[in-house]
Design a protein around this ligand. Structure first.
Ligand code: FAD
Length: 288
């Protein structure tokens, strides 16, 4: 069996205080030995400079760092310069996305502009930089909210792999069957790239509901009801969340998922607790 990849995601902090907090979070999570840290771009109004600065800081600390790069609303020249800069710093991995425009832009016509879809960005990265970058792409076991149908979404995923993606990271989900069914469909299309499961720890009910509404991730009814029943009892939410998500991770790894990617929201505790309960550092070592 090849080594499972356990990775960790941050968003770029917007203030000096946020940057300081992230350093402390990173120090705790770096001790777990993740394969790499990725840094989002554009989500929540963050800037490319924020992504770049955070990525380069992580790299200076001696860790592998992967910037996210989204193409919606950007020019070729813009992206060319960003890629060249990352390359000049020896960055070898990017997470290539279409991205979403921040709310306030009104109705978005994603089909206009220089790049319409992530597959076009991936093609562009390959054309500009050959095999320099290991390209991660996004996958949606519960279907992307704007897709016409599950089959259409699957075909669009196949386009991204055909364009040159090396691997994928999924949107988060809480139903392991959605992942396994997606993987069956993907393999049936002859796609063999690793599809790492995106994991969102559960720590805050209202925040989770808000995110899930936006990205189309389903919160199973029994999880929703149980979380709601805890009210403001944050300790019970976290303890229940740890049980549910660690069980999900066990199912995924036992069923052959090639890795887990943790959406940390720049918090250390929940990811650390999952990592320790699942003994991920030992799992990664054993399979070497
Ligand atoms: P695409 O793969 O282009 O798909 C977008 C939609 O278009 C889908 O419905 C797809 O079915 C459809 N589609 C694709 N190709 C075609 C085609 N040729 N014809 C017709 N329809 C097509 N967002 C950020 O802003 N910043 C981030 O850093 C960020 N990081 C993320 C990391 C991960 C692991 C994931 C899963 C998501 C992330 N996102 C991020 C969110 C992502 O940008 C949104 O989900 C976005 O709406 C879609 O991006 P994509 O790359 O999946 O797009």
């Amino acid at each position: 069996m090849s080594q499972p990849v356990f990775s960790i995601e941050f968003f770029p902090p917007k203030t000096a205080e946020g940057a300081e907090k992230l350093r402390a979070t990173r120090a705790r999570l770096a001790a777990l030995g993740p394969a790499y840290f990725s840094v989002t771009f554009g989500a929540g109004g963050s800037t490319q400079a924020g992504t770049r600065d955070t990525v380069l800081e992580i790299q200076r600390e001696g860790h592998q760092a992967a910037p996210h790069l989204s193409c919606v609303g950007r020019s070729r020249q813009d992206l060319r310069e960003i890629l060249a800069e990352y390359r000049s710093h020896g960055i070898r991995r990017v997470v290539a996305l279409r991205g979403d425009l921040p709310s306030g832009f009104g109705a978005v016509d994603y089909a206009s502009g220089e790049f319409r879809y992530a597959s076009e960005l991936i093609e562009f990265i390959r054309a500009e930089t050959g095999d320099w970058f290991h390209i991660e792409t996004a996958a949606y076991p519960e279907m992307h909210p704007q897709a016409k149908s599950p089959q259409d979404d699957l075909n669009n995923f196949a386009r991204k792999v055909a364009a040159g993606a090396n691997a994928a990271i999924t949107q988060y989900f809480y139903n392991a069957d959605a992942y396994f069914r997606f993987m069956e469909d993907v393999r049936r299309l002859g796609i063999t790239v690793p599809v790492v499961a995106g994991i969102m720890p559960i720590t805050n009910y209202s925040q989770l509901m808000r995110f899930s509404e936006m990205c189309g991730a389903e919160i199973p009814r029994w999880i929703r009801l149980k979380l709601a029943s805890f009210g403001d009892d944050s300790a019970s939410i976290k303890a229940f969340g740890l049980d549910v998500v660690s069980h999900l991770c066990e199912q995924l790894l036992d069923g052959g998922a090639p890795g887990l990617h943790f959406y940390t929201l720049n918090q250390a505790a929940a990811t650390e607790a999952l990592w320790q309960r699942l003994d991920l550092s030992e799992r990664a070592r054993r399979s070497r």
